[in-house]
Design a protein around this ligand. Structure first.
Ligand code: PGA
Length: 247
């Protein structure tokens, strides 16, 4: 079995300011090296200054979204090529908040992942079921359908993405999936990937949804959980570092 280096990504969502970002990044950088890959995903206007702050550090950065289009008359969109010009490493695609509030479909999410990859930006593809779907026993069908669109669209390149399993009911609610619940879905997703690519064993599957310093270690100890996509706890340097150290 391949040993996968853990990846811990901070999804800052629509939080931050010049001052708050500088303080947060200083805190993270002062924490010194950790035995995991780290990345932060600030809101778009701050990306280039975050890139400058993180230059020559071990912390990478990414965007929270990316356009499915190359360029053109798409008001408000940001292309993968633009992100790449600044050295962007990752782009979160298909976060449940974008699926829910911006009507993103499975196919649009897949097209965004393809646009990112085509420019050398690694998509972090989010999948996850709502509480109603879990209670209706649809978890497996939902996450498989969401991932399947990306597999079909990316074909042999699917091995290059990062997948994040984020049960919607666990996001920002303080209600985490148990390590067993998360592992069960991660194993399913890895099996689905293995049917599509010989590289599934090397792919990183992150868990997201109320990951905190006190639950990170047990989640990350699961065989198919290769790190986390962290929301609320990524806004405090001490918490983000504690989670990174748990990896
Ligand atoms: P949370 O968010 O850690 O605040 O639950 C995770 C996410 O939405 O990526």
């Amino acid at each position: 079995m391949t040993t996968r280096r853990k990846l811990v990504v901070g999804n800052w969502k629509m939080h931050g300011s010049h001052a708050a970002n500088a303080e947060l990044l200083q805190g993270i950088l002062a924490g010194g090296p950790v035995n995991a890959d780290l990345a932060v995903c600030p809101p778009f206007p701050y990306l280039s200054e975050v890139a400058v702050t993180l230059a020559n550090s071990a912390v990478a950065w990414g965007a929270q979204d990316v356009s499915a289009f190359e360029q053109g008359a798409y008001t408000g969109e940001v292309s993968a090529a633009m992100l790449r010009e600044f050295g962007c490493r990752y782009a979160i695609v298909g976060h449940s908040e974008r699926r829910a509030y911006h009507g993103e479909t499975d196919q649009l999410v897949a097209d965004k992942a393809k646009a990112a990859l085509s420019r050398g930006v690694t998509p972090i593809v989010c999948v996850g079921e709502t509480l109603a779907q879990r209670e209706a026993g649809e978890t497996e069908a939902v996450v498989k359908r969401q991932l399947s669109a990306v597999i079909h669209t990316l074909a042999h390149c699917i091995g290059e993405v990062v997948v994040a399993y984020e049960p919607v009911w666990a996001i920002g609610t303080g209600r985490t999936a148990s390590p067993e619940q998360a592992q069960a879905v991660h194993a399913l997703l890895r099996a689905q990937l293995a049917a599509a690519t010989p590289h599934a064993d090397a792919m990183r599957l992150l868990y997201g949804g109320s990951v905190k310093p006190d639950n990170a270690a047990t989640l990350f100890a699961q065989p198919d959980i290769d790190g986390g996509l962290i929301g609320g706890a990524a806004l405090k340097a001490a918490d983000f570092l504690a989670i990174a150290r748990a990896a």
